[in-house]
Design a protein around this ligand. Structure first.
Ligand code: B12
Length: 123
């Protein structure tokens, strides 16, 4: 959601190669634009990448918008430069997992796969 996109591009491509349907919204998105995409694309998960330090401002706004749109069933995970001390704060806001620097594609795939399987089972 800022000017850093290398990490999220690596993750997006890795998840796509692992078989997930990934929609990458691009640099400099507003929370409003992201939530619009979540609704339009009927997404099960929202992965946010923030390296600029704005996570404690942006994530509450995203959660508020998701709730307002009745999309609070969407799992939100965050990646990027997130200080350890802020991880519990994000989890308390409803974030399901935080992925820091050095995250492997396998870690992200292993995290998401069980949810994807249960979504297919329920469909
Ligand atoms: C490259 C870089 C840039 C490039 C970005 C190029 C690009 N197109 O991405 C440029 C030069 C543009 C840049 C600019 C700036 N940068 Co910079 N940048 C970096 C740097 C050196 C590396 C980031 C990187 O590409 N890492 C490699 C990728 C592969 O790793 P990653 O991004 O961490 O992603 C991994 C995980 O975090 C995770 N992940 C990330 N996102 C997601 C999302 C999901 C869904 C998941 C599952 C996982 C995940 O998985 C990825 C793979 O392992 C970092 C330092 C660092 N060590 O991280 C500073 C850093 C992020 N930048 C920083 C700063 C301050 C800036 C600037 C403000 C500098 C300035 N004064 O202008 C600007 C701000 C730009 C903006 N407003 O967004 C600071 C941020 C400080 C903070 N948060 O407290 C850092 C930490 C440097 C520092 N030590 O101070 N930067």
């Amino acid at each position: 959601m800022d000017g850093h996109d290398r990490g999220v591009k690596v993750v997006a491509r890795g998840l796509r190669d692992a078989g997930f349907h990934v929609i990458y919204t691009g640099l400099w998105q507003t929370p409003e634009a992201v939530i619009r995409t979540v609704a339009d694309e009927d997404a099960d998960f929202l992965g946010i990448s923030i390296l600029s330090g704005a996570h404690l401002t942006i994530v509450p706004r995203l959660m508020e918008l998701l709730k307002a749109q009745g999309l609070d069933n969407v799992g939100v995970f965050v990646g990027g430069i997130i200080p350890e001390a802020d991880v519990p704060k994000l989890m308390a806001m409803g974030v399901v997992r935080v992925f820091g620097p050095g995250t492997s594609i396998q870690e992200a795939v292993d995290f998401l796969r069980p949810f994807a399987q249960s979504a297919v089972t329920q469909a």
